[in-house]
Design a binder for this molecule. Structure first.
Ligand SMILES: Cc1cc2nc3c(=O)[nH]c(=O)nc-3n(C[C@H](O)[C@H](O)[C@H](O)COP(=O)(O)OP(=O)(O)OC[C@H]3O[C@@H](n4cnc5c(N)ncnc54)[C@H](O)[C@@H]3O)c2cc1C
Length: 623
């Protein structure tokens, strides 16, 4: 990939990363017909059905931690200033900011056996971040750390998050291997009472939910799954005791094993090259091919840090965000598939004088060219024409989260790898393995790379515990018809509770989640600092402020179902049902959201220091 390239207002995002698809003829009718035919193969009733892993008698153990042994300990009964649920990027950033405001007693609680969240749980071979490390790994400047690669492997990200936790002393009092089961607001004491599955009872003044955006494993409901006699696990709990090796070491235990990998999304494609290298045979079961652009991963240039000015990371994040939002930027600092293809499709250039119809057609053609380039990339890299055919993605680029990888497609050329196309899913799984089109595939091990529940799973489900606010009303009850909040971070009836901003809960959506987490943490830290300075013990959101914010979210909702219903089903179009998306659970701003507008609004709110939209109680001097 070439070096950083300038962008201009009229062409903010440049051309596709993959080879230009410009030569192909664009016949809109034919393209639409092909895309709809491919969609229809996959619109199968029940395709999105998943198991409830909390109660599933056969598969509940898939959530167990294979990485750290659980140790016995006595229940903790304690009172602290802040409880943070979740020790991932969001929880760590929140903890760091709260420490900076001088908060001493912080208890971080996580089901995981350590810090890291996503990066604790996801240790599958080949795991790496999807967004450039220099903007994805938080607090690089504060820790004086430069990632070793453009897209860091999971181990490096995990170590970095651990280093932040150490720097801000978040580990010593943390309760790991501990699930929060319930949190109740105690009106008289003005504290949250937090209970866990280890018998702990921790009360706190401020309660912070940093429970994750992709923290619930998704496991399909294929008939016969429980009959499989071989070994099986989900990629988010990789079983190295079975496969041998480690995230960046050969999987020596698989040398005599036939492995079946289900799923070819962001995770599946990262696992394939190391599995292909180690397994006796690998079957890759694909329901929908991902669009896989060039990753362009490489070691960090030795001179990367030279000349970086203080504030460089925020500036780089902002530069990325601006390009993703179609704003003019002098230079594309990240300069990758996101800033080329994804940004281009999200914000197609509009020539002066274009009618809406012309604009929509040009956007469709741009999308077609980018997808065509991805299809060409498959042809270029995959030797077997039949395999290449089933790997070509036929849908609009905006239909499915794009993937990027430098070795996945090439790994499918290995003689020990077979790609099995199953657009309608698997018929069943027997004790010997999957059955597709009446053909039995015999495998020793089945790896479920089937992903996670995402933003369409409401916060109160992702939080995995009952949150009981004023008057005994639960968050689940309050949000039964959709989110209701101020800024997507506070909700009336749940005093002194902050929720880290995330998609689908009236905040903003962004490709680089870390930037949102960093900002959300700064907002929480800043608000708590002000509240303490003024001696405020209890805040709640006013009814008017919450109604107004919710209305703002509803008013800016863009009903994209006309375009999205033509997509191949994926989590982006609610598995084929975009019409069921709830405007109340949308994001701030139209389309991709207005990240900068959101940040500016909240920064001004903090600067004003008047707590507009909050009801405050000062019960005693500052505590
Ligand atoms: C393999 C992979 C790669 C990714 N790459 C990127 C990327 O490049 N860019 C990007 O923006 N995003 C990426 N993501 C998304 C990623 O989830 C976020 O970037 C980010 O790590 C989320 O951080 P978090 O702290 O919000 O949540 P998490 O990291 O999920 O942490 C939440 C934690 O809360 C804990 N928890 C939840 N409920 C409870 C409870 N009731 N009791 C106790 N603990 C609880 C969970 O155990 C979990 O550890 C990736 C995700 C995966 C899986």
């Amino acid at each position: 990939m070439s070096g950083p390239r300038p962008t201009t207002p009229s062409s903010p995002s440049g051309g596709p990363t993959a080879r230009d698809g410009g030569a192909a003829t664009f016949d809109p009718e034919a393209v639409r017909a092909k895309y709809l035919a491919e969609r229809d193969k996959r619109l199968i009733p029940g395709r999105a059905d998943i198991r409830d892993l909390k109660t599933d008698e056969h598969f509940a153990h898939y959530r167990d931690d294979p990485f750290t042994p659980v140790t016995e300990r006595d229940p903790v009964v304690d009172d602290v200033d802040v409880v943070i649920v979740g020790g991932g990027i969001a929880g760590i950033c929140a903890g760091a900011q709260l420490r900076k405001t001088g908060i001493e007693r912080i208890r971080l609680i996580d089901q995981a056996g350590g810090i890291g969240g996503t990066w604790y749980w996801n240790r599958y071979p080949g795991v790496m971040c999807d967004v450039e490390s220099y903007i994805y790994m938080p607090m690089l400047e504060e820790l004086d750390y430069i990632p070793t690669r453009r897209y860091a492997f999971g181990e490096e990200i995990l170590h970095h998050l651990e280093a932040i936790a150490v720097r801000f002393d978040l580990e010593a009092d943390a309760l790991f291997h501990t699930g929060v089961t319930r949190a109740d607001w105690d009106e008289d004491a003005a504290r949250w009472r937090v209970r866990t599955d280890r018998g702990d009872e921790v009360s706190c003044r401020w309660y912070v939910l940093a429970v994750g955006i992709l923290n619930l494993l998704k496991l399909p409901t294929i008939p016969g799954m429980e009959d499989f006699a071989g070994h099986s696990f989900h990629t988010a709990r990789w079983d190295y005791s079975y496969t041998g090796g480690g995230p960046n070491e050969p999987l020596t235990g698989l040398a005599d094993k036939v492995v079946g990998l289900m799923g070819t999304g962001a995770t599946g494609i990262q696992c394939v090259p190391p599995l292909a290298e180690s397994a006796k045979h690998l079957y890759v079961f694909q329901r929908t091919p991902s669009a896989i652009g060039e990753r362009g991963n490489r070691p960090t240039a030795p001179d990367f840090a030279r000349g970086l000015e203080p504030g460089w990371q925020r500036a780089r994040m902002d530069n990325f965000q601006a390009i993703m939002l179609g704003r003019p930027a002098e230079l594309d600092q990240v300069d990758d598939g996101w800033t080329h293809d994804f940004a281009a499709v999200q914000h197609p250039p509009r020539e002066k004088g274009m009618t809406t119809a012309e604009y929509l057609r040009s956007a469709e053609e741009l999308d077609f060219r980018i997808m065509e380039a991805h299809r060409r990339r498959v042809e270029d890299l995959v030797a077997d024409p039949a395999t290449a055919t089933i790997l070509k993605p036929y849908y609009r680029y905006l239909c499915k989260r794009p993937c990027f990888h430098d070795e996945y497609l090439q790994a499918l050329n290995n003689p020990n790898v077979t790609l099995v196309d199953c657009p309608a899913g698997m018929e069943r799984i027997t004790k010997r393995g999957p059955v597709i089109d009446s053909q039995q595939y015999e495998v020793d091990c089945l790896v479920y790379g089937t992903g996670f529940e995402a933003e369409l799973t409401p916060l109160f489900c992702r939080a995995g515990h009952e949150i009981v606010g004023r008057g005994g009303v639960t968050l689940a009850e309050k949000w039964a018809d959709g989110a209701a909040s101020l800024f997507g971070m506070m909700s009336r009836g749940f005093p002194n509770m902050f929720v880290m901003p995330a998609p689908g809960q009236q905040a903003v959506v962004t490709v680089n989640y870390t930037q949102l987490a960093v900002f959300g943490a700064e907002f929480i830290g800043g608000t708590v600092r002000l509240l303490r300075e003024r001696g405020v013990e209890v805040f709640d959101v006013s009814a008017e402020a919450e109604d107004a914010w919710t209305q703002k979210i509803v008013d800016s909702f863009v009903d994209g179902s006309a375009v999205m219903s033509a997509c191949t089903p994926s989590r982006i179009n609610n598995e084929g049902h975009p019409e069921a998306m709830n405007p109340r659970s949308g994001n701030y701003g139209r389309g991709m959201g207005d990240w900068f507008g959101y940040r500016e609004l909240l920064e001004k709110w903090l600067e004003a220091g008047s707590f507009e939209g909050l009801e405050l109680e000062v019960r005693s001097p500052a505590s």
